[in-house]
Structure formats: C-alpha cells, structure tokens
Design a protein around this ligand. Sequence first.
Ligand SMILES: [Zn+2]
Length: 202
Amino acid sequence: MLEPLRSRVLRVAQACYHSDLMVSTAGNFSARDPETGLIAITPSNFPYDTMKVEDIVVVDADEKVVEGEHKPSTDTDVHCFVYRRRDDVHGIVHTHSPYANAFGAVGKPILPVLGTVQALVGGEVPVTPFLHFGTPEAQETMLKALENRRAVVLGGHGITCVSGAIELSHMIANFVEEGARVYFLALQIGDPKRVPTDVKRT
Ligand SMILES: [Zn+2]
C-alpha cells in the first residue's frame, strides 16, 4: 500500500541520517497521501541504515495503524495533529540537528542571515520552550509557532519542518541547519545582520 509514498519517506529519512542531521534512531519523518489522507511514517526506535520500504508504517489521521508490522514513531500523535489542523502540509521532517538545537538550548530564535532561511522558512526560525508532548497544550504551542513559518526549533529537543512535500521539508531542514551554523559563526565575529524580508526563493 502507498509504496511510492513510503519510498519517499524512506529516502528522506536515510538522507537525513547520512547527512548528520541526527544520530542513532532520533528524528521522525512522514508524508500524507493527498488522495486518501493516509500518512506514511517512520517506525519507532528502528535503525535508519537498515530500514526498508516495508518498514515504513501507514496510519490514518487518527493515528490508527492501517498497514505495517512495526510500531509507528513515538511522535505519530504530533505528526497527525499537524496534518489534521493544516490542510496545506503534506510532508513533515523532524530532526535533532546540532546547530539549530543549540539555539533551542538557549531559547534564541535563528535570525535569517542567509537568503535561503528567509525564503524557505518565511523569516526567523522560532524557538519554543521545552514541550512535554502528549499534552494538547504542547501541540498547540508548536502549531502556533509554525504560523507563517515552515520550521520551528523545539527547545531542548529538535527541529520540525513542514511543507507541501516531504522533499521540500527535507530541503528546509538542511538550510535551517546551515543557517544556524552560519549565524552561530557570525555571532563569534560581529553583529549578524538579517537579510531583507522580501527575499524570495530562487
Ligand atoms: Zn525528536
């Protein structure tokens, strides 16, 4: 079922793992099929390097497993919550990339000092306090931070990127990490300037 969609989720998950956006079994990835509304999501606590298409779990919008032998990601409730509330989102990438997480650790938003961050995220990358997921308040806090933004740093945890396609969310995750790294370096040598807010994606 939904093999092409599950393959896309697998490809992005493995690419993120191999580009050091997270370690071990951290992170989770999903994509929603626009036709059926079903969601393909990575399994819980499963090594990325040996993951296969059939290991990707299919759930419905209420988190019920439709197909798959494994337990879906422990963050399945968060993914499904976003899909239920955001019709425009069809791909979610959640990583634990270190430079972005460093800004989460100090509660400092990532200033868009590169055009890519401004264009892809829509402005500075917001940071939430640490969220104890499993509570409706935590999910609402994350969703609010994602208003007019396509990425958020969850304080003390990780980075969540949302968009109309999982490949685009993957691209956003990469540019957020690059932007965080450059912003961090710029802070060491001077006073970083944000790029103009009207920068568009080229
Ligand atoms: Zn996480």
